[in-house]
Write a protein that binds this ligand. Structure first.
Ligand code: CDP
Ligand code: MG
Length: 132
């Protein structure tokens, strides 16, 4: 069965939206097979967001992602990588359609509630990164 790495971000924790994200994952028909709350540090964020590490706003991402705990999850289901990206919506909450997690709960492209792997290959890399 295909699996993906989903992670609620610190704004979800601070706004009390972790349960909402979990409910949407389960309502879609996916199974959460592992879950843990963590406090991330700059080292793991530099690895996880390597494609953004040279951007001027990377320090803002680190500040945001270390502002509270995250909840990492392994989520399983048919075509779950693409399916989760669909129910999350695009990166920018302003552009994300209503009905998606980001469309309903985020209003900018930085603090957007949830992370989801963007390919099956990256899902396996990210699951290894956060669950070993
Ligand atoms: O999370 P997603 O895969 O949709 O987007 P990304 O391009 O892989 O960026 C990862 C994360 O970096 C985003 O979800 C935002 O939290 C943050 N980001 C940002 O703050 N400003 C940007 N211009 C792009 C991304
Ligand atoms: Mg990404």
């Amino acid at each position: 069965m295909e699996r993906t790495y989903i992670m609620t971000k610190p704004d979800a924790y601070n706004r009390g939206l972790i349960g909402e994200v979990i409910t949407r994952i389960e309502n879609k028909g996916y199974k959460i097979t592992n879950m843990k709350m963590m406090n991330l540090d700059e080292a793991i964020l530099t690895e996880h967001y390597a494609h953004l590490a040279d951007k001027p706003f990377f320090k803002d991402i680190v500040e945001y992602m270390t502002s509270g705990p995250v909840v990492g999850m392994i989520v399983e289901g048919e075509n779950v990588v693409a399916g989760m990206r669909n129910i999350m919506g695009p990166t920018d909450g302003l552009e994300a359609p209503a009905g998606t997690i980001r469309g309903d709960y985020a209003n900018n492209k930085s603090e957007n509630i949830v992370h989801g792997s963007d390919s099956v290959e990256n899902a396996e890399i990210e699951i290894k990164r956060f669950f070993g």
